[in-house]
Design a protein around this ligand. Structure first.
Ligand code: PLP
Length: 313
């Protein structure tokens, strides 16, 4: 049950009525930036919790700034709008919220300046993007991660996702679940839509690439770093990572709003550890899922409850 809604041109409409014209600049040139936010269903409470929406909107604002666009709403207005859309949709399952700031002028000519922009948001049901139980098999991609000197990966720009799509499709058609992209200098950057971590069990330490290695600085990444340190006693080291470190790490896992926390059990046909979800990853997964569904008191302020009483008008 449930019906998806969208916010477009400052109005809430059923998703199937939310349309843009074929000449829209963002559609022709990839000149938009977006977010992926989850509202996670808590079965016990019969209620959804939106995870860190304010942090997502702050990243959206930064991405929009890089593309010379404005987001003329306060964080509180954006969160309220998001909660309203999720509540109206009345899905009793996990949903994905996709806000986008896009160049809305219906006009030809590649540029960023002198164009109108707009905000759209839509809601759709969305389960786990990668396997979170038995783990995933990855390859290092032949496609290199876009560089900050080309298209800035720290901005979640729609056009950048051609880079991710090339890597993902190559990986899947070659029989893997996900791609791991290297930078132009050969260091590990990230998955096609996930950040990556290595586990050094003996030192209770996580290792992850720094923002300067062309990653999208993930909100799940940041959440995992906090949970690992504050609740599980793992420190995190941000440093460049060589490809072969993936082969010999105790554990490898990926993080992202879509992917949650997914264990990487194989890289380039080499087992990681014993080829099963490792103990640190399993521990992190347990606390992470409790956190995003509003069941971890320590991080209650990361979760915005969606009122159950609000019905579609
Ligand atoms: C390329 C890329 N890296 C990392 C992430 C993870 O970011 P987050 O945890 O904020 O969803 C995403 C997901 O949006 C992504 O698309």
């Amino acid at each position: 049950m449930g019906r998806s809604y969208a916010y477009l041109r400052r109005q809430i409409v059923p998703l199937d009525e939310a349309k843009i014209g074929v000449m829209t600049h963002a559609f022709n040139y990839g000149t938009a930036c977006f977010e992926g936010i989850r509202a996670n269903w808590n079965e016990e409470k019969g209620q959804a919790f939106v995870f860190r929406p304010k942090d997502h909107y702050q990243r959206l604002r930064r991405s929009a700034h890089i593309l010379q666009m404005e987001l003329p709403y306060t964080d509180d207005e954006l969160v309220e709008l998001t909660v309203d859309l999720v509540a109206r949709s009345e899905y009793e399952q996990d949903v994905y919220v996709r806000p986008m700031v896009y160049k809305s002028s219906e006009e030809l000519g590649v540029r960023l300046h002198g164009l109108e922009d707009d905000l759209l948001i839509f809601v759709a049901p969305f389960g786990a993007y990668l396997d979170v139980d038995k783990g995933i098999r990855c390859c290092t991609s032949s496609w290199r991660r876009v560089d900050d000197t080309g298209i800035p990966a720290r901005a979640k720009v729609t056009g950048i996702y051609v880079n991710s799509a090339l890597a993902k499709t190559e990986a899947v058609l070659d029989g893997y679940d996900e791609a791991i992209m290297l930078n132009n200098d050969g260091h590990v950057s990230e998955g096609s839509g996930e950040n990556i971590f290595l586990v050094d069990r003996a030192n209770r330490r996580l290792i992850t690439p720094p923002p300067s290695d062309n990653i999208l600085v993930g909100i799940t990444r940041e959440s995992i770093i906090a949970i690992a340190e504050e609740q599980l006693g793992y420190t995190t080291l941000e440093r460049p990572i060589d490809r072969t470190e993936l082969y010999i790490a105790d554990e490898v896992f990926m993080t992202g709003t879509a992917a949650h926390v997914s264990s990487v059990v194989e890289v380039d046909r080499r087992l990681v550890g014993d080829g099963e979800t490792g103990s640190a990853t399993a521990e992190l997964q347990r606390v992470y899922f409790a956190t995003i569904t509003g069941r971890n008191e320590r991080y209650a302020d990361w979760c915005v409850p969606v009122p159950v009483a609000v019905k579609a008008s």
